[in-house]
Design a binder for this molecule. Structure first.
Ligand SMILES: Nc1ncnc2c1ncn2[C@@H]1O[C@H](COP(=O)(O)OP(=O)(O)O)[C@@H](O)[C@H]1O
Ligand SMILES: [Mg+2]
Length: 607
């Protein structure tokens, strides 16, 4: 309500804390738990996965079969010159390759689409959790960081299951080929697989390294996203201060860090692949040396050796692919770590209301010794507030900037909860009511008028659940003095406004948010300097709209204009988080020093 993304981003410019993820050393059990949690999202698409696995089961033994065909081709066709064998081998190769093609297609297509659907679900779930995070989380954390988690980190998880299946498939290929080479010639096979254990160490070493690098890189992706978010939402300031060059440099800095860590990732990935290859070449060398000397001695056929070498080369191919799959799994784990961190946090601290539905008429709102300190500041923002607001009253709150007025207003819809004391609505603590019914009963209009990317009608009816009529929307617009200018827009009530729509003036935007509040029809109204961002001319008409909104409603008005204050039943003067005095204008002017100063500085001449 009222908070724009730009406002959320302000003060959140600190790059993401890498320490959080970096220092968290995940054990094997933890990784496995996270992997299982990621896989859960794929399991919703069992049919696709089943087809993909069938495809895989057919593709896997094809490698061993083609190694066997090489032996047939060399020994029977080339050496024995057997025409029947030639026909057989030719047809077999065509059939085998076609089969492999069809089933590999099934495997890849269904596996990849299952992956897409899985991350689609995951992304939706993550957003659904993020919007229920409490307001103070949006103040502290960074919108850019959250965006990066939804957009980038979720995407990494996509390769988790496909890579695991690939790993399994290649494992069976290796097993099949290994079985074949031992069957072919166990002595040769011994030399060929002698170096295999040597591949194990780099495999484990590079797994760890890739995981660490991926974590770091995703942190940097997030930092770039934070910079981008800040740069775009603060673009007016950047241009106004002619700081484009400095911002470009800051962006470039973050990007350089990202590229550097991506660079290390590529390096590690290439190194691990080349190490695997080198190990493979040692194996091939050993076989060639031992097998070759046996062919020369005459106790091994040329075909057998070639078939063996083919199988051996094929054997290292899946090992290399297992290595690649492993790297993808490490990346996916990194993404999962970062995504589930937010999800769990969201589950822990999600806003929770009580069970009482607020559907009775508003009688009284009472602040009892209310205390609140923002968690990143030492000084209390509210320090023992006692105040009663009775049905039908208009309470004006005045005070210098920083005295705690906005904080007080934000406590009423429970954007923040009291740390001491209580706020009672009809004699019950706010926390007893369901958040939905509580927030529906109140309207908050603040100085920054936020419109969604939607039509004028949709913006006005934003608070309506279910159907609404054009008459209702128009009535609200008329009461907010917005109807006339809406009709002059290119498509009237169907005109798109917001970021991508028609640009409106500040006063016009504010009148639309007032129409929105009128249509919501809240029993309690909170106005937080609703006209302070406007020029005098538009302020006047917005003020008229506000009067219509406040008609027959209880309202708490944070005011900076004398006219608003004079119509209030009670004026409350705040200073440094406390209420220093309350009463009517004339009395306060007489006895309250702070009020007098405020009056002279703010309201005096201007009104
Ligand atoms: N999100 C926040 N985090 C930390 N401190 C805040 C935050 N918002 C306001 N404050 C501090 O709380 C105090 C009261 O602020 P605020 O309620 O906005 O005052 P007012 O609306 O009267 O100008 C100020 O000292 C301000 O610096
Ligand atoms: Mg304020």
């Amino acid at each position: 309500m009222g908070l724009t993304p730009a406002e959320l981003a302000v003060g959140n410019a600190h790059p993401e804390q890498h320490s959080l993820s970096d220092s968290k050393k995940q054990g094997g059990a933890e990784s496995w738990r996270m992997l299982k949690r990621s896989l859960h999202y794929f399991m919703q698409y069992k049919a696709r996965l089943a087809v993909a696995v069938v495809g895989m089961l057919v593709v896997a033994p094809c490698a061993a079969a083609s190694a066997w065909l090489v032996k047939k081709a060399v020994d029977d066709v080339l050496i024995n010159k057997d025409i029947v064998a030639l026909k057989f081998v030719t047809i077999a190769i065509v059939v085998l390759m076609t089969l492999k093609g069809v089933f590999r297609f099934l495997q890849n297509y269904y596996m990849n689409t299952a992956g897409l659907l899985a991350i689609n679900d995951l992304r939706n779930e993550l957003f659904a959790k993020i919007v229920y995070l409490p307001m103070d989380y949006f103040n502290e954390s960074q919108v850019g960081m959250l965006m990066s988690r939804v957009l980038n980190d979720v995407g990494l998880i996509r390769s988790s299951l496909p890579s695991m299946i690939m790993l399994t498939r290649e494992f069976f290929s290796v097993l099949g080929l290994a079985f074949y080479v031992f069957y072919l010639d166990w002595q040769l096979a011994f030399w060929g697989t002698l170096v295999l254990p040597a591949a194990l160490y780099p495999f484990i070493y590079y797994s760890k390294r890739m995981r660490k690098l991926a974590r770091r890189a995703q942190g940097h992706v997030s930092d770039v996203s934070v910079r981008l978010q800040e740069g775009l939402s603060g673009i007016r300031i950047i241009k106004g201060f002619a700081k484009e060059k400095a911002e470009i440099d800051r962006f470039l800095d973050e990007n350089t860090k990202l590229v550097a860590s991506n660079n290390k990732q590529i390096l590690a990935s290439e190194q691990s692949s080349r190490v695997m290859e080198t190990v493979g070449s040692f194996a091939a060398g050993l076989v060639l040396w031992y097998g070759g000397s046996r062919v020369i001695a005459g106790d091994l056929t040329t075909g057998a050796l070639m078939s063996f070498l083919t199988a051996l080369i094929m054997l290292y191919e899946p090992i290399k692919r297992m290595n690649a799959a492993n790297i993808d799994i490490q990346m996916a784990l990194t993404g999962a770590e970062r995504v589930f961190e937010i999800m769990d946090k969201a589950d822990d601290i999600a806003e929770r209301g009580g069970s009482v539905k607020f559907d009775e008429p508003f009688r009284e709102l009472a602040f009892k010794d209310l205390r609140f300190t923002y968690n990143n500041s030492g000084r209390p923002a509210l320090d023992g507030i006692n105040l009663q607001v009775k049905a039908g009253e208009r309470i004006a709150i005045v005070g210098s900037s920083g005295s705690g007025k906005t904080t007080l207003a934000n406590m009423v819809p429970r954007f923040f909860d009291p740390q001491g004391g209580a706020i009672l609505l009809n004699d019950r603590p706010l926390a007893d009511y369901t958040l939905n019914s509580l927030r529906r009963s109140m309207g908050l209009v603040s100085q920054d008028a936020f419109l969604f990317n939607a039509t004028v009608r949709e913006n006005i009816a934003y608070g309506s659940e279910g159907a609404y009529s054009q008459e209702e929307v128009e009535a609200a617009a008329k009461a907010a003095y917005a109807h006339e200018f809406i009709l002059e827009l290119p498509d009237g009530y169907d005109t798109l406004v917001g970021e991508r729509g028609v640009k409106l003036s500040g006063g016009q935007k504010q009148r639309l948010t007032i129409a929105r509040a009128i249509m919501k029809n809240p029993s309690l109204l909170i106005l937080d300097e609703a006209t302070s961002a406007l020029d005098t001319e538009s302020e006047r008409i917005v003020q008229l709209a506000l009067e219509n909104l406040m008609q027959d409603r209880t309202s708490i008005v944070i005011a900076h204009r004398l006219s608003t204050i004079l119509t209030a039943n009670l004026i409350v003067v705040m200073s440094e988080g406390r209420i220093v005095d309350q009463g009517k204008h004339a009395k306060l002017l007489e006895r309250c020093e702070i009020y007098r100063t405020l009056y002279e500085m703010q309201f005096g001449a201007a009104s």
